[in-house]
Design a protein around this ligand. Structure first.
Ligand SMILES: [Zn+2]
Length: 197
């Protein structure tokens, strides 16, 4: 096989979930069926690395020092929601039920993968939480082992700032029936029930 082609296949293998077989298929597809798409892809990747940086306030990718969302005066700057990934931000925004600010960890604590507090730059998070405007910190890491551990770590980290700290509730999925809900979710739902009168 041509070395150039082999390099392309090797490069495609860096995508999540792409093994040698899919990488080979993708390479042939790009070369044969969609050369324009391939060129656009290559340019977009190069441009992203050239132009994108991290927002100094929320850590999300953007082309400016502070991103548009953080600068948006209509948002409530007294609440800071801590999430794992930029995709989580998109999900929360789609709910239209949160108008505070975010801080993106860009991962979660995972000692087995060598990701500790230093790798996640917990110091920057602490500095962000210190902001005197912020009165409530909502921890919205995933409900996985690592996400829960990260949540516990952050709770301890920001405890001395004396701000309200909350964790998003593990609810029943909307439209779900109790009979078909897993016991973990149901146990959480009953223990985190809220007053309605
Ligand atoms: Zn931002």
């Amino acid at each position: 096989m041509s070395k150039v082609l082999n390099d392309l296949i090797e490069s495609l293998k860096c995508l999540p979930g792409v093994g040698p077989k899919s990488a080979t298929r993708m390479a042939y597809y790009l070369l044969q069926r969609d050369p324009n798409g391939a060129k656009n892809l290559a340019n977009s990747i190069l441009n992203s690395f050239k132009l994108l940086g991290k927002c100094k306030s929320c850590n999300n990718f953007c082309e400016t020092t502070i991103c548009d969302l953080c600068l948006d005066q209509s948002r409530d700057n007294s609440v800071l929601c801590i999430i794992e990934m930029p995709t989580d931000l998109l999900m929360f925004e789609q709910t239209h039920s949160y108008d505070g600010l975010y801080y993106i960890l860009m991962g979660r604590l995972s000692p087995l993968d060598g990701i500790g507090p230093k790798e996640l730059d917990m110091n920057s998070l602490y500095e962000r939480c210190k902001d005197e405007n912020i009165q409530e910190i909502i921890i919205a890491t995933n409900f996985t082992k690592e996400g829960d551990a990260t949540s516990t770590f952050i709770t301890e980290l920001v405890k001395d700032l004396n701000k309200k700290i909350s964790r998003i509730a593990r609810g029943m999925p909307s439209g779900s029936e109790i009979e078909y809900t897993d016991t973990g979710t149901l146990a959480q739902a009953i223990s985190e029930r809220k007053n309605i009168n």
